[in-house]
Design a protein around this ligand. Sequence first.
Ligand code: NAP
Length: 294
Amino acid sequence: MVLIDGKKISDLIKSEIAKEVQEIIANDWKIPHLAAVFVGDDPASQTYVGAKERSCKEVGFISSLYKYNASISEADLLKAIDFLNKDSEIDGFIVQLPLPKHIDGQKIIEAINPAKDVDGFHPVNMGNMVLGLPGFLPATPYGIMQLLERYQIETEGKNCVIMGRSHIVGSPLSILLARNTNPGNCTVTLCHSKTKNLAEITSQADILIAAIGKLEFITTDMVKTGAVVIDVGMHRVPDAATKTGFRLKGDVKFDEVSKKCSFITPVPGGVGPMTIVGLLMNTLKAAKNKIEIY
Ligand code: NAP
């Protein structure tokens, strides 16, 4: 079994991005600038936004944070989005989800200029992805495609079962893996909570991607011997022995499933670090789109 080391690959990609930033600086072009809009004080989101800021610094990007109280009105948040859309200093920005209940998240996403939508959630970018046109891919699926590519995992003609059809993970992955590209050319089955005979389907998968948000749901009986298993799930499990008071686990019962598969991503250190890298790759692309020579 090969452990897919997302930390190692993310560090490698970050060093590639940092090299490009050095080239941009050497040519006196504009340094890529990623902004994040953060509403409220959800601790998990706060951790994620903090990690994004650190990653930006690591690769030499400029990063900025636009923080708003949970009570901000939808109209005022739309004004903030409009400001970021127009600010030529900012190449790309994300709006950290989830948003407070009184704000229509879809309306906010649709207000983002697609050329700055480095999360790839705007319908224009989603549509471009479906058509295989240039645009921004959602960060987590983008990161997973990079893992498959960098580990040279054969995907062509393989049976790929994706568990979970969210707009940010499962659905875009199903499109990307079915595309006529490498990685890609899989025969994809997309499962969800209404899927019948789930274990029967998953145990036929050459590539099994778990993105359902259910702690250690995938057990050995659901996995084919020699399968490639990608665990997107992320769960904080209380653990008094750690500094943070919790540790991260996935949707896959790693201890038993890892003995049966050919490749597997751990949690933490698998898909997680690749999501931020997906965002960095998109931001670099957004910045380069503005430089004529590229
Ligand atoms: P989500 O929006 O909650 O969607 C979950 C999907 O799983 C839905 O399509 C749901 O089906 C399906 N599902 C739920 N229970 C199921 C079951 N018993 N059998 C089959 N399908 C089932 O989740 P998400 O945002 O995609 O996130 C999924 C997990 O990935 C979460 O743990 C999240 O924290 C993690 N995540 C990690 C990263 C990372 O960077 N590592 C990034 C994003 C998300 P229905 O559509 O029928 O409801």
